[in-house]
Design a protein around this ligand. Structure first.
Ligand code: C5P
Length: 223
């Protein structure tokens, strides 16, 4: 068998959380570790793909041989992803913040007195997965998203696939009891146009290899 079935295949992977500034010293974020996205970038690279990993702030080291782009906010992530176009494949594993503060303060927000707390006004961040999925002639041939849900996991993911316009969605349950966020294991469902395929619980590395193999098989079938 071909050891490098993805040789020369340009792949964009997003990973990690984004940080959205409230002021120069504070931000809002989420518990994403970046582990699943980094594992995917590595697995794709090992099958020969030419990988660009656009990552928010994480504690991880970039995998060897991957073109690594570090960003902080959702808007920066979108710009970095658009810069990485055209690409054959896009895999959006980042937990992008859905909202950012409409007008981050230029100076540190100060306590006024002991009772009054600031009121923050939010606006929606760009949806990177939807933007790449609906990017017309520049659209990657295969766009894959994730759906982190805490209830109705597969139902929500099936409608998310249609709403965003991506080809595949990997859905997982991120309820605190599952330990998925920050943990080393993941229980995923792969949703494509034909329906829902449950995967056994496995390490994030194993899930990344399984996904990469499936992508290679898909490209071979569609070649
Ligand atoms: O809508 P939701 O955040 O659940 O969608 C998750 C999927 O969309 C993930 O693939 C995530 O990387 C992507 N996403 C994105 N940009 C956003 C929000 C989500 O790329 N602003």
């Amino acid at each position: 068998p071909d050891e490098k079935p993805l040789a020369g295949v340009k792949t964009l992977v997003t990973a990690g959380p984004t940080h959205e500034a409230l002021d120069p010293v504070r931000y809002i974020a989420n518990h994403s570790s970046g582990k699943q996205g980094y594992a995917i970038a590595k697995a794709m690279q090992q099958l020969g793909a030419d990988v660009t990993l656009v990552s928010g702030p994480t504690k991880l080291s970039p995998p060897q041989g991957v073109n690594f782009i570090s960003i902080t906010s959702a808007e920066e992530m979108l710009a970095a992803c658009q810069n990485a176009m055209p690409s054959d494949i896009a895999i959006c594993a980042a937990a992008v913040a859905d909202w950012r503060v409409a007008e981050p303060s230029k100076q540190k927000i100060k306590k006024k007195n002991n009772t009054e707390a600031p009121t923050l006004s939010f606006i929606q961040n760009p949806d990177i997965l939807a933007t790449l999925s609906q990017s017309g002639p520049n659209r990657p041939g295969l766009v894959i998203g994730f759906a982190a849900e805490t209830e109705h996991v597969t139902e929500n993911a099936v409608s998310k696939r249609e709403r965003k316009g991506c080809d595949w969605i990997l859905a997982n349950d991120v309820s605190p009891a599952t330990g998925t966020f920050g943990g080393d294991e993941n229980t995923l469902f792969l949703i494509d146009k034909n329906g829902v395929n449950p995967w056994h619980k496995m390490t994030k590395d194993a899930a990344a290899k399984k996904l990469s193999k499936r992508i290679a098989d898909h490209l071979t079938l569609n070649a």
